[in-house]
Design a protein around this ligand. Structure first.
Ligand SMILES: Cc1ncc(COP(=O)(O)OP(=O)(O)O)c(N)n1
Ligand SMILES: Cc1nc(C(=O)O)sc1CCOP(=O)(O)O
Ligand SMILES: [Mg+2]
Length: 211
């Protein structure tokens, strides 16, 4: 079934933010901490490096019963038989991607405005929406203007697909997002850049549990 796991944290890997640990070791730490969704998002690595890293991360995810999602790259997602593919407004069109990946792989789609949220309603084959940036982020230099909590409220009220909040999410924002009804929290720097990834996951989940 094409559904995101019943979980909370959606970790997005980034070698640059990983304190030198690299993507595979970071994925291992996240999985050992109980994270169940991991996205691979490296835009500038050579094809061979991306393939090797994704093969290793996919194996780790499978061993931990976690969902492995690849950003942007339809061919890479197919090559490593990822569990999911994430696409944005400027990537392969979702209808075309769905044709290429078949009907088993999850497909996530980014929306950054109310207009894009509305338009996504009519696009078949999308399994969840990545909504953001919610807050300002330094991790994605070409990100749209932050939509704030109002963008999330709009997505929650107007889309029947699962909503993944992304962009500038730190431990401090988890309460506000969770109380708003956001179930999935996507984070890059806060998670992969944490000195102690296990402790960060524990801290995030303690906040969620307290909401
Ligand atoms: C969960 C999630 N949501 C949004 C994005 C952003 O996708 P996109 O707009 O295509 O930007 P890039 O990540 O490709 O720079 C995402 N990756 N994941
Ligand atoms: C990959 C990505 N996509 C975004 C979007 O708004 O679609 S913001 C973003 C980067 C999020 O990084 P951090 O958690 O370090 O702020
Ligand atoms: Mg993209």
């Amino acid at each position: 079934m094409r559904t995101l796991p019943d979980t909370d944290i959606y970790a997005v890997l980034s070698d640059e933010y990983s304190r030198g640990r690299g993507n595979v070791e970071t994925a291992r730490l996240l999985l050992e901490a109980g994270v169940k969704i991991i996205q691979y998002r490296e835009k500038n690595f050579a094809v061979q490096r991306r393939l090797e890293e994704c093969t290793a991360v996919k194996r780790l995810c499978a061993a931990h019963g976690a969902c492995f999602i690849i950003n942007d790259d339809v061919d890479l997602a197919r090559a490593v038989q990822a569990d999911g593919l994430h696409l944005g407004q400027s990537d392969t069109r979702p209808e075309e991607a769905r044709r290429l990946i078949g009907d088993k792989m999850l497909l996530g789609y980014s929306v950054t405005t109310q207009y894009e949220i509305d338009r996504a309603k009519n696009i078949p084959g999308i399994d969840y929406l990545g909504v953001g940036p919610v807050f300002a982020t330094g991790t994605k230099p070409d990100a749209a203007s932050p939509g704030g909590l109002a963008l999330l409220d709009y997505a929650l009220a107007n889309s029947d697909r699962p909503i993944v909040a992304i962009g500038g999410i730190k431990l401090e924002q988890v309460t506000a997002l969770t109380r708003r009804g956001v179930r999935y929290l996507a984070m890059v720097s806060e998670l992969v850049g944490a000195e102690d990834i296990r402790q960060k996951v524990v801290d995030i989940r303690a906040v969620i549990a307290g909401c």
